[in-house]
Design a protein around this ligand. Structure first.
Ligand code: FAD
Ligand code: SF4
Length: 489
């Protein structure tokens, strides 16, 4: 018997003629998830079931409240259940299956390129490690973008070519849309009728089958990859996608495998269809960051759900749920997520997580919000990104917090032009809220961050402010926090 979990819809990983799939409602009620996220998972699972049946596999598809109930109903005890090693909660899964008397055998998981054994082999004996060294190791091992043992083009990374802002009137090709078929329409209705959710259910258009996902991959590598790099950090009011791949929901469901995605991108470079800085930037996200996050979470998951290195305990302000604010950046991005369940990386990091960070919001409340709001969110990837990279509640992922004033958003977006707040002001009624919060954040966290050499430039700017200016900044920051708390910002 092969057990197929809902986020393991990979190319058929088993020979056996029997498969078990369990759809649980308890999981879907754990949060008020985005309806598009629930629809995506239910619809993709049901399509996968139907495809397996067409291939002649005898699939037992169980609807249950919990996994335990599902396993009780479907397993007789005594059998061996084979399942791809999950990226999170492997012990809980083993326990739930073994309660029935069955035995679990974990097999490889093609959703990831680097196995736990390979990662541990690489990490062994290292006194701490970082993403960059891991990424170079994976490049060497796979040979992706390597030429005679050296990185293609001579450099490991071309980020200095990837921080441009597009010219006025810049347009990007529209990615394909996947309108709901009958199975998806039924899932949309079911989610609408049976679950408490946050976000808009209309307009579902995500890939739910292998065929859809491959079409999305084709479209990205043929039409958008070439210009992915230069504008990958740009945030545009009227263009949520810019040239991002939009492949995370398919990768995280297992519909696409990371090696095929990266191989297509490298092929586009070799055939002259995509520039090196774009292809390397994309490859690094997939074989570097995605794999790295998975393993950092696997090793330190217990700590990550507890840690709060900066002691940030304020409640997440209501703007994350209602988008009601005059801050153009925050309003645009929260509305975008509420509508689609998606925003790109820099909007997640430098608008949503950055605001919560300098505001001093509890990182675990932010983690919960990201998990319910995004269609690509699963604990193994959301938590290290939010708690580690976005909140710096642990140093497991980055060596300094991604904290910034409004100037970064001004440089990399067109949000500030139409905003009620003035990005050049720090104090006063009209001052950009990011500015006072940023300085106040540095001041509040002097004990934790003041000795970090990567923060020394920021602290040298802070030291130049006299006590009177600092007092005004603190007052403005307090005012901003009060207004945010009351939903009046
Ligand atoms: P592209 O920009 O086209 O990138 C290509 C692929 O690289 C992505 O599809 C993704 O698979 C991978 N990737 C890029 N960056 C990361 C990263 N930091 N960690 C893991 N994979 C990465 N990604 C998720 O898949 N699920 C999440 O729940 C999630 N939450 C995030 C929360 C925060 C606070 C931050 C800062 C990042 C988060 N990310 C998450 C990472 C990243 O933002 C998304 O993977 C990316 O925006 C997905 O859009 P895309 O497919 O268009 O990506
Ligand atoms: Fe955001 Fe400040 Fe710019 Fe307004 S001025 S869009 S609040 S960064």
């Amino acid at each position: 018997m092969f057990l197929v979990l809902g986020d393991q819809l990979t190319r058929r990983p088993f020979e056996s003629e029997n498969a078990l799939m369990v759809e649980t409602s308890e999981f879907a009620r754990r949060y008020e998830y985005h309806p598009k996220k629930l629809t995506l998972i239910f619809s993709a699972m049901r399509h996968y079931r139907d495809e397996l049946r067409e291939e002649g596999v005898d699939v037992r598809y169980v609807h249950a409240d919990t996994f335990e109930e599902g396993f009780d109903a479907a397993l007789d005890g005594g059998e061996t259940v084979r399942v791809q090693r999950p990226a999170a909660h492997a012990d809980a899964l083993r326990e739930a299956v073994e309660e029935t008397g069955a035995t679990v055998e974990f097999v490889g998981n093609p959703k990831f390129l680097v196995s736990p054994e390979e990662f541990e082999g690489w990490a062994e004996g290292r006194d701490g490690f970082r993403h960059e060294t891991f990424y170079r190791h994976v490049r060497r091992e796979t040979g992706y973008l390597m030429e005679d043992g050296e990185p293609e083009g001579g450099d490991w990374n071309y980020d200095d070519e990837n921080r441009d802002f597009p010219p006025e009137g810049y347009e990007t090709p529209e990615p394909p849309s996947f309108p709901p078929d009958e199975t998806t329409r039924a899932a949309v209705e079911e989610v609408r009728d049976e679950y408490e959710t946050w976000g808009e259910s209309d307009g579902f258009d995500l890939p739910v089958t292998l065929e859809d996902a491959l079409e999305a991959l084709d479209d990205f590598t043929n039409n958008r990859l070439d210009e992915f790099g230069p504008y990958q950090d740009a945030m545009l009011r009227d263009n949520a996608k810019v040239n991002h791949s939009l492949l995370s929901s398919s990768l995280n469901l297992g519909l696409l495998h990371p090696d095929e995605v990266v191989e297509r991108a490298v092929e586009a470079y070799r055939s002259g269809d995509a520039r090196l800085n774009s292809v390397e930037g994309f490859v690094r996200q997939v074989i570097g960051w995605r794999e790295y996050m998975r393993h950092v979470y696997r090793r330190r998951c217990d700590e990550m759900h507890e840690t709060n290195a900066l002691g940030a305990t304020r409640d997440l302000p209501p703007v994350y749920y209602d988008a009601e604010t005059d801050m153009e950046c925050l309003r645009t991005v929260v509305e975008r997520v509420r509508r689609t369940g998606y925003s790109h990386h820099i909007e997640r990091l430098m608008v949503l997580a950055n605001f919560a960070l300098v505001y001093g919001a509890d990182p675990h409340q932010l983690d919960d919000w990201f998990r319910l709001a995004y269609t690509d969110a699963y604990t193994w990837v959301t938590t290290p990104n939010v708690v580690g990279m976005g909140s710096y509640a642990t140093d497991a992922v980055s060596t300094k917090p991604y904290a910034s004033s409004g100037s970064y958003i001004d440089r990399m977006s067109d949000f500030c032009d139409g905003c009620a707040y003035d990005v050049d002001e720090t104090t006063g009624e009209d001052a950009c809220p990011f500015n006072s919060l940023y300085w106040d954040f540095l001041d509040e966290n002097r004990d934790e961050l003041g000795d970090n050499h990567r923060m020394s430039l920021m602290y040298s700017h802070l030291e130049r402010k006299d006590e009177e200016e600092m007092e005004e900044i603190r007052e403005r920051a307090e005012e901003v926090r009060r207004k945010a708390r009351e939903g009046m910002l």
